[in-house]
Design a protein around this ligand. Sequence first.
Ligand SMILES: Cc1cc2nc3c(=O)[nH]c(=O)nc-3n(C[C@H](O)[C@H](O)[C@H](O)COP(=O)(O)OP(=O)(O)OC[C@H]3O[C@@H](n4cnc5c(N)ncnc54)[C@H](O)[C@@H]3O)c2cc1C
Length: 499
Amino acid sequence: MNEQASSRRRALERLVGLTALGAANALRVPQALAAAAPARLSIPGVAGKVIRRQDADYEMWRQSMVWHMSKPNRRPDVIVQAKSTQDVIGAVNHAARNKLKVALRSGGHNSNGASLRDGGLLIDVSAMQDIRIDREKRIASIQTGVRSLELVKAAREQGLTFPVPHCPSVGLGGFTMGGGIGWNYPQCGGMSVHSIVGAEVVTADGRVLRAAPDENPDLYWAVRGAGPGFFGAVTRLDLRLYEAPKAIMASSYILPLAELKTVTSALDAIRQAGGTERIELITVLMHHPEVPADAPPEKSKICFFTAFVFEDSEEKARAALAPFARSALGGDKCLIKQEYRSFDFEGLYDRFFSLDDPAGRCARYAVDNVLTDRGSEALHALAGHFAKAPSRDCHVLASYNMGTRALPDSCFSWKADCFVGSYAIWDEEKDDARNFAWLKETLPLMDPFAVGHYVNEVEARTNPGRYVQCFSEANWRRLQELRRKYDPAGVFHSYLGHA
Ligand SMILES: Cc1cc2nc3c(=O)[nH]c(=O)nc-3n(C[C@H](O)[C@H](O)[C@H](O)COP(=O)(O)OP(=O)(O)OC[C@H]3O[C@@H](n4cnc5c(N)ncnc54)[C@H](O)[C@@H]3O)c2cc1C
């Protein structure tokens, strides 16, 4: 192999460790600020830090509430960093008395920066990080500031696991309440919202209510799926845990974008043959990271397919991955493959969701999606448009075997096999219009395949109506009715762009 070919191969090998959902750099700023910013205003009953608009460090706090770099130009009057449920009650009561509308923030990863609103009071629960695990009942009771990696570590100590976000710093609060496509979702109840079994909610009148199947079941219904427009402050979530896998293994295949048909045909055939229902299957259309951004698509755009297997033994994991190794995925069109690689959870985050990842870069960020039963068709419909993406880190991701459900005790509304997301990732403000336009143009291409949309990953800054499309008509109507019941005076903000 000549030097150029071997350098290309090394680049592709590195790429096998990359993918499209995320990275971990949100934790640092608030912690640094916590040491630097003394509280100057006290709110009765609130022990946590309080930052007002006139405080010198307000702007740093405000910006640190949102993980990515498209910082919204929206300014709450007060930010409260709650340390306890008591703090949340104090903050809600203060807001209600002073006619300040309340917003919530857990991990700050929402692409719309939904926690930052104009005026009002923002309650940041990211410092509330208690985790209690009942091994026997297989339940974790977590405060809503807990993030992906912390829960997976705590559960693993008890031989258990949860479908946590693919990126270690994403907040369990927003992620789980909106849906949650977590690691090993096919074997952990589908979307993580289906694994919420109870919640502690501070309501607009400052009460602490338990939401569970037999206690305030309507509130329970709303917690399970309302996402970034919920009408209360959730301080604890009780989550069903699952037996931890003994073997985690992945096989990855990279082909040129022009070979998308090879990828989807192979995948569809393998799935039709059966036995793949327990496997997390992800296809990403992306730019080759070592090829200049302006290289023509035929030289730069690739399909990157990975099958992730979580099993009881290495033997079973290998058997589950065998059909992929036998298929055309690794055939003569394949640029590179890495098969039967073993991981632990930390390894998964590092290899597939590292800071080198195109999506993981903390850049300007926008996303929209469909939930669909025709994932491969949606990918083909998007491929040509993807090839013309305005920025090199724009990508399209399809997760199969989602197994989402529409249940009577959850406002999550859709039964679908596949999530397809279009992601625009870019650096400069001057490129905002081009990237938002590119993302918007993906909608008429993928929407015809939609059974619905995933509320945590829609572009609502430019299209607030998108939130409505994330729920069935009946569920959206019931959510509004429950908002009137639990928050008649409108203490809590609704969805961004909605009164
Ligand atoms: C890098 C990256 C990786 C991601 N990876 C995944 C992934 O693997 N799978 C996936 O499904 N999604 C993923 N997402 C999307 C993620 O699910 C959403 O961004 C989600 O909103 C993040 O939750 P958060 O708590 O971090 O966000 P926040 O911005 O803190 O919260 C979002 C909204 O949720 C509501 N909320 C949050 N906390 C509370 C609370 N305690 N009480 C009431 N309401 C609350 C508020 O309305 C808030 O504005 C990722 C996003 C990024 C940027």
